[in-house]
Design a protein around this ligand. Sequence first.
Ligand SMILES: [Zn+2]
Length: 219
Amino acid sequence: MARVVADIISGFGFIDGGNEASLRSALNRYADLIDGWAKSVARRMLTDVAARDERAWMKASQEMGAEIGRIIRHTPVGEVMKSAMAEQVGLIKSLPVKAAERVHNLVIKGQETGARADEIAREIMRTGDVTKARANLIARTEVGRASSMLTMARAEAVGSVGYIWRTSRDSDVRPSHRKMEGRFVAWDEPPELDGMTGHAGALPNCRCYAEPVIPEADL
Ligand SMILES: [Zn+2]
């Protein structure tokens, strides 16, 4: 997809105020065109995440007893999956639109600052790479977000009010996330870290995970 974006841009040759609008509409048309593809990509990814989540819960629920295992397996996750799906399709389709915005801003910047045309042209041609990097970040973040949403749905179904934040405990863990290791977090109060709000594993490039706290007393 990032390659097609790059191809569309380079197909226009030299981009300036004159043809920038038609490039923008070409990229916006492409965003509409990829609807079906975006849905199938998102569906495949969510199926993977759901299977992994189910396996993790199966393993955990063996220690929790039959009743809790039954509830977890039968938690309706349809709504969670549907909203994760809509979010992902929206993000995927936003990529060509963002690329168009980037080109537009560069052209404006060129006009306003009088930056050299070849510098602007080079920056415009980098849009494909920028789009690819954005796509990778979205993929990584969305896997984490979907899996965190599923974990939360199943945990709440058995009366869990929160989880223990776990990090991957290596040197790549951000200081703000390292501080969260071992802390209790309520499902309805995702913390704010580095200016972003989200649960373990649901923040950009976050490899942390939630260890649900399951009440034992009445089950
Ligand atoms: Zn993290």
